[in-house]
Design a protein around this ligand. Structure first.
Ligand code: WTA
Length: 642
């Protein structure tokens, strides 16, 4: 941690908001901060009042730590807020602009999207899906994905979106945990010009997903699929027969909205549960102010909807704002390395939100690619997923934004639902590498092991000290884990983020990465535990320990230390086999970059693997104290394998 702090301390460039930008921005002074400071409940009520409620709440917040209820007694429907509410002013405005990897586009106006969502809601109803039932959605980046999500919200079903690049096993585990009744998937999708056969993976998962009774398949590719009669149905056939109006359910503010699985430091993925009124208020407010979204903006967030960024800032935030949200199906380098810039040029994108790992990749590919394209439409840039290093920030600001566009570095998590630490682009003086300050109404602190605030410049744990509307309410099916993981560390007083941070003398936050056993690969959280258990599933593996190593592009790369069982010999072929195993169990994103075979792992006398030592070895740093090891010689033996 101290190395990162030193490096950041050298960064003292500042960027005030451009005058023209500030003039037109939603926020250009510190009034909102003051108002929120005075009364944060009232502050959030202001945003909630901009939404449509069938029945107004009676109380803004009921806080029985660590359980919060927001807008108590209020009734609303999310699809109504994202669609019906806009039909008078924006009926024919583009809600979604979709571009497929081969280059075709589909634009859905608010009315188009409204009609599709109503119809699909009726399809789900026909299958007996009711309020509170869970629906798994395993779809690539095609319009049917947001349609399916919004259809769930229309009838009050809880969706669980599973990232389409996840493996069959990952889908199976999520189906089982959520006890989903229906699965929505597709025949396949494009990735870098190739066909990914999604239905095949879904079929494997379905063999062990007994709760799933009906499956809906979108025909995206036309590749051959096996259809199980009575269970499998084509989306387009169902939609032909569906009625085009479905009355929106009046949901309680605290009714579940969705489950999204994410990696934690121990055991299986956690089903983060978000509810209705608070979540929508949080994403609506932050999408409006952080991205300064205006009626005629074309806004593009490049995340996959399989991750929380896509849930909050491709679907719910922009649509709640009546904005135009762009969605792209494929790879950034297909057919060429300028695809993103070509999309910005073609659709006249004004606001662009991506991840540091992507920015570093673009830097490596070179400025000649963006320079070929006219990107003068851009007025605001955003970053999310991991700390952005000042060098990448500056490149983004200069090469993509031509020095004209503020860069909002937004810190948040699956659990927080919406952005918590961020600049407001018309007001905040930016410092490259800092996510700057908490959004109005959010209270954050950096504390030591005992929960005491640390002085400026000192690293510590990032905690959130007041409840906020879009916070997770629980871990689905595991309420104890919610309390243990997020609240116990500081005696129930603070929400524990699992991130390290420091504040500078101006009160700016500088994020220092995860401090638990979670690796952040290209902005995606992967638990060391899960990769280890995937490796151990391989016949040849006796034991495995996984650590993250700094990586120029990906932020962190996965390094696996593996001890083989008797009778197995290290080989390159075996390494490939192990990487394949991880891909099969989790997905390609978790494949280790390096695998190091070793006859043993560094362990304490009580048998605990000392990942700190493995981390030093992986990073090529001198290894610290090894005297507590049962067998200190193991360190030398591993070194010889490097
Ligand atoms: C990291 C993604 C530094 C952090 C929205 C957090 C960041 C984890 C930033 C959440 C940022 C996200 N600066 N680190 N701007 N944004 N992170 O749940 O470690 O996929 O805890 O949510 O990503 O990842 P998740």
């Amino acid at each position: 941690m101290s190395e990162t702090i030193d490096a950041f301390l050298k960064e003292n460039r500042t960027f005030p908001p451009p005058t023209e930008f500030a003039k037109q921005a939603w926020v250009n002074n510190d009034d909102p901060y003051k108002r929120a400071e005075d009364n944060y409940e009232k502050f959030w009520e202001g945003f909630a009042s901009e939404l449509h409620w069938f029945k107004k709440w009676s109380k803004a917040l009921e806080w029985k730590p660590p359980h919060a209820k927001w807008f108590v007694g209020g009734k609303l429907n999310i699809s109504y807020n994202c669609l019906d509410r806009h039909l008078s002013a924006h009926k024919n405005k583009a809600a979604l602009i979709w571009e497929g990897e081969p280059g075709e586009t589909r634009t859905l106006t608010y009315y188009d999207l409204y009609r599709e969502v109503n119809k699909f809601a009726n399809v789900l109803k026909k299958f007996g899906v009711k309020r509170g039932d869970r629906v798994s959605i395993y779809l690539p980046m095609i319009p049917e994905l947001p349609i399916a999500m919004l259809a769930c919200t229309r009838i009050g079903a809880t969706h669980s979106v599973v990232f389409s690049a996840f493996s069959a096993q990952a889908l199976r585990d999520r189906n089982q945990d959520s006890q989903a009744k229906v699965l929505i998937t597709a025949d396949g999708y494009y990735r870098s010009g190739n066909v990914e056969k999604l239905k095949e993976r879904a079929d494997l998962a379905l063999k062990e997903s007994p709760s799933v009774k009906q499956v809906v398949i979108v025909k995206r590719m036309g590749n051959a699929v096996t259809m199980e009669s009575g269970r499998d149905h084509w989306w387009h056939e169902l939609m032909q027969e569906a009625d085009d109006y479905c009355k929106p359910e009046e949901m309680d503010s605290e009714d579940p909205l969705y489950i999204l699985y994410t990696s934690g430091s121990t055991g299986k993925p956690k089903g983060v549960l978000h509810t209705t009124g608070g979540y929508l208020t949080g994403v609506y407010a932050t999408n409006k102010w952080v991205f300064d979204i205006k009626d005629n903006d074309t806004y593009w967030c490049t995340a996959d909807i399989g991750w929380v960024t896509g849930h909050s800032y491709i679907v719910y935030g922009p649509l709640a704002n009546g904005a135009t949200s762009l969605m792209y199906e494929g790879s950034p380098d297909y057919p060429q390395k300028d695809r993103f810039w070509a999309i910005i040029e073609k659709h006249n994108v004004n606001i662009f939100y991506t991840a540091p790992t992507a920015i570093r990749t673009f830097m490596k590919w070179g400025a000649q690619w963006p320079e070929k394209r006219d990107m003068s439409s851009l007025r605001l840039l955003g970053s999310v997923g991991e700390p952005i290093n000042p060098e990448a920030w500056i490149w983004y600001h200069e090469t993509i934004g031509k020095g004209r566009c503020p860069v909002v570095d937004t810190w948040w998590q699956t659990e927080t639902g919406s952005i918590l630490i961020t600049p407001l682009p018309g007001h905040t003086i930016l410092k490259p590498g800092s996510a700057t300050k908490p959004f109005p109404g959010i209270a954050a602190m950096v504390v030591d092991e005992h929960g005491k605030e640390v002085p400026p410049g000192t690293g510590g744990y990032l905690v959130i000290t007041k409840p906020w509307p879009s916070m997770l309410r629980t871990i689905y099916g595991d309420p104890d884990r919610y309390v243990k993981q997020y609240w116990n560390k500081f005696g129930g007083k603070f929400y524990f983020t699992g991130d390290g941070a420091k504040r500078d003398k101006d009160g700016y936050f500088w994020l220092l990465g995860r401090i638990d056993d979670v690796i952040n690969v290209s902005g995606h959280r992967i638990s060391t535990m899960e990769v280890e258990s995937a490796l151990v599933e391989h016949d040849a593996v006796a034991e495995a320990a996984v650590v993250g190593k700094n990586h120029e592009i990906k932020g962190q790369a996965i390094v696996a230390f593996v001890t083989l069982g008797d009778g197995y010999k290290p080989s390159d072929q075996l390494k490939e086999g192990l990487r394949e195993k991880v891909k099969e169990v989790i997905g390609p994103i978790a494949k280790p970059d390096a695998i190091i075979f070793s006859d043993d792992l560094p362990k304490t006398r009580s048998g605990k693997i000392m990942r700190r030592i493995l981390q030093d070895l992986a990073e090529g740093r001198p290894v610290g104290d090894t005297t507590t090891l049962r067998d200190p010689g193991v360190v030398e033996r591993i070194k010889q394998q490097l």
